[in-house]
Write a protein that binds this ligand. Structure first.
Ligand code: SAM
Length: 294
């Protein structure tokens, strides 16, 4: 496996925090990341988990923000083909040089661009050490793909993703994440694992895609409704529905409150499970009609 410190030297870069560049330099963390994919079987080697080099043969992985390619190298070692999306032009040029054999063999595709904009290819999973300033935007482009994700986030952000109803971390991010997937924190990572070290702790979140136990007619409306209610997290749901019609887009919030079960209206949003948000959103949608232009 390529040594992450040597990659930094060969690339001639120092991570620039202003460009979201904190490169993973802890081999053990790097080696573990692909092993969080269920399909990757490992055996215990002398230096950590040994990955079967054919584990993901025929699969296609997406990595956002490959930097100098330390994680890319480990993803290629699973036998998968890999597409990476990197915004920094110099790093893109370096990756094409460093991984010229893999690029020539069609196993690695390097896309220069912003992960918030570029079109993602069809992939079977994504494993990424994400640029933190865009992690929310990127996560909500990845989650609807419906594939397993293993992503590094700021720890506080990761905790909000996996939070349960009734906890202080539970919010719009938790409901939206659970709408698409079952999330769990599989590892926390200290600042020293990166060069340069970020100011915050990090955590690796694994999400397994799932179909929710409830149905919503319209994902975009559901997510907007959840967002609206959490802008009033200290209010009852009843008042939240009334006060946030400008965000949710409801024409007649009073009619929605009248039709909704009292047991839900009297709670605060942070006590509602995703299925209860879905129940309210479905009532709201049926009252407002389903011919709105979202
Ligand atoms: C936290 S570093 C991770 C680098 C590498 N994966 C590693 O683990 O060492 C994030 C990387 O994302 C790149 N990046 C920052 N913003 C980006 C964006 N909007 N789209 C694509 N890449 C971005 C940075 O240039 C940097 O290489």
């Amino acid at each position: 496996m390529r040594d992450p410190d040597e990659l930094l030297v060969r690339a001639g870069v120092r991570g620039n925090p202003d460009r979201d560049q904190h490169f993973l330099v802890d081999d053990r963390v790097l080696d573990r990341l692909p092993t969080y994919l269920d399909a990757v079987d490992t055996t215990d080697g002398d230096d950590g988990p040994a990955v079967d080099p054919t584990a993901l043969a025929g699969e296609h992985l997406l990595e956002i923000g490959p930097g100098t390619g330390a994680l890319t190298d480990r993803l290629l070692a699973t036998g998968a083909s890999v597409t990476v999306v990197e915004r920094d032009r110099d790093l893109v040029a370096f990756l094409k040089r460093e991984f010229a054999d893999e690029v020539d063999a069609g196993r690695l595709t390097v896309i220069e661009g912003d992960a918030l904009d570029v079109e993602f290819p069809d992939v079977s999973a994504s494993v990424s050490n994400l640029p933190y300033s865009v992690s929310s935007g990127v996560a909500f482009r990845l989650l609807p793909l419906g594939v397993p994700l293993v992503c590094m986030f700021q720890k506080e952000f990761a905790e909000r993703m996996v939070a349960e109803p009734g906890t202080s971390a539970y919010g719009r991010l938790s409901v939206s994440t659970r709408h698409y997937a079952a999330p769990e924190i599989v590892e926390t990572v200290p600042p020293e694992a990166f060069s340069p070290p970020p100011a915050v702790e990090s955590a690796v979140v694994r999400t397994r895609p799932r179909t929710p136990s409830y149905e919503v007619a319209d994902d975009a409306f559901f997510l907007r409704f959840v967002k609206a209610l959490f802008t009033q997290r200290r209010k009852t749901v009843r008042n939240g529905i009334r006060n946030t019609a400008h965000i949710s887009g409801l024409d007649d919030p009073d009619a929605v409150v009248d039709a909704a079960p009292e047991a839900l209206c009297s709670k605060r949003p942070d006590a509602l499970a995703p299925a209860e948000f879905a129940e309210l959103a479905t009532i709201a949608r049926s009252i407002e009609g389903n011919d709105r232009d979202d």
